[in-house]
Write a protein that binds this ligand. Sequence first.
Ligand SMILES: Nc1nc2c(ncn2[C@@H]2O[C@H](COP(=O)(O)OP(=O)(O)OP(=O)(O)O)[C@@H](O)[C@H]2O)c(=O)[nH]1
Length: 601
Amino acid sequence: MIKQENVRNFSIIAHIDHGKSTLADRILEKTKALTQREMKEQFLDAMDLERERGITIKLNAVQLNYKNAADEDYLFHLIDTPGHVDFTYEVSRSLAACEGAVLVVDAAQGIEAQTLANVYLALDNDLELIPVINKIDLPNADTERVAQELEDVIGIDKDDVILASAKDDIGVDEIMERIVSDIPSPSGDPENPLKALIFDSLYDPYRGVITYICVKEGSVKVGDRIRLMANGKEFEVNEIGVFRPNPVPKDELKVGDVGFLTASIKNVADPRVGDTITLAKNPAESPLPGYKRLNPMVFCGLFPVDSNQYNDLREALERLELNDSSLQYDAESSQALGFGFRCGFLGLLHMEIIQERIEREFNISLITTAPSVIYEVEKTDGETIEVDNPSTMPDAQLVQEVREPYVEATIMVPNDFVGAVMEIAQKKRGQFVDMQYLDEVRVNIVYHIPLSEIVYDFFDQLKSKTKGYASFDYDLIGYHASKLVKMDILLNGDTIDALSFIVHRDFAYERGKHIVDKLKDLIPRQQFEVPVQAAIGNKIIARSTIKAMKKNVLSKCYGGDISRKRKLLEKQKEGKKRMKMVGSVEVPQEAFMAVLEMNDD
Ligand SMILES: Nc1nc2c(ncn2[C@@H]2O[C@H](COP(=O)(O)OP(=O)(O)OP(=O)(O)O)[C@@H](O)[C@H]2O)c(=O)[nH]1
């Protein structure tokens, strides 16, 4: 039995490719657990079987035994953080389960955007940092410069930095010793009422929701009646255990333990990441700090290219929702696109992941409409409504005021790029708030920007204009009135509801002009000439024309061999997959996104 003071809970944080997985593998190897890669291989081999048995393994909280140089026994919990930057909240909750983090920086690359973003999350959670410069074996390693950067930018004493090569097993023992000496043990009291942090969850068809928990106070046993503090719902614990890295059942988890808990929870939306579990009979007074209810911020329409796949799409969404409580959807019908769903997502990346999964795992080709935010619309009759779909925006004469969500955006860049960042922010209707030098080279810039302006390509623009150096974060700060109007797009004289969008009045003409030109290029020529118009209310503000088609694709290889023709037809079919007949015009997927693109691309 290992005492609480010999428990160490930590994560490894790093910019992508700096060596997080390689270091984790080394630590697993040295503590004689299976390495992640072995696990994954085994897991993949046994996948079908595992599926049948309904066992699901997610390698994100491994318990390890470690004997240090002084021959004392320690218990490590190595907690993985979600890979995606955009799920900042989830990363932050995983870190909240730890007391420390190993910060890995590549010896050749130095500090990068993700390094900083992760460091700030770690500091927000009061974690002890163990700085490591990895890949010192590389010929172009510049450890002196990187160590200096750690000192200047993050404020880490460069003498504290461990020089390592996870690949060649240099410095790894030192890292493990420092985990023991520098990271505090969990501080909770086993006699207090239970407080367990949910830092991840997973749906298993046989056991219900598996929650990944870290016990911060008290203890929990099989058979206990637990309460989820955010919604008050109660369940009886069926199973608890730890990952070593295979799941090992336990009778009890207590302060400092990190593992899993199942309680026949049928709905993934019940145990939310960040919520606190307590005991029904002796509940904690207050939950652990920092729980945030995540509401979808970005909405878009998903329509099957083949309308016969509507039911398949519904099933796909139902399945995905089981593992993703932040996904929302409602049936929607569009004159242009037929039957589909209006879906709500946490952010753009979340949206892209869901779209990908629907297309890949369920084999459904989708047309997605441009992402939109939720607008608050005060009507002239005094009623206030929420509009998450531009096509449902009431007519201008019925609207008193439109309010849109604003965020406070924090952008961190080397000072060479300050001008570039300001230019982008200004174009996105940003209002400058503050600028501070973090050190000689790094600048922190704060803007208030409408959320609608950053949901599409803001981060991409930022990254490309700053050579990938910008790190970016944002927080919702509330709703502000803006001069917003609905812009309709007409193809061949018909309004296409799925192409309507909301735009600031001052930018309306420019955007209208830009989009009709863009659509002219994106929509393939048809057998006939197609006018493209942008309108506000009844007023046409811009127009372009798609010329009629001249020749068909086969005429090019007239007389050529048949296999070539077939190939060409196949290719054409491929291209068609993401097209939708809208009235008498074929519209490609890109056209639905064009409304959001910046004007200078
Ligand atoms: N030369 C050298 N290469 C290393 C070292 N550690 C990791 N690498 C290599 O760097 C690449 C990225 O390593 P990973 O461990 O996958 O990096 P990661 O940070 O986990 O990256 P993601 O899983 O993509 O987030 C791999 O090709 C590793 O083999 C090292 O100490 N020296």
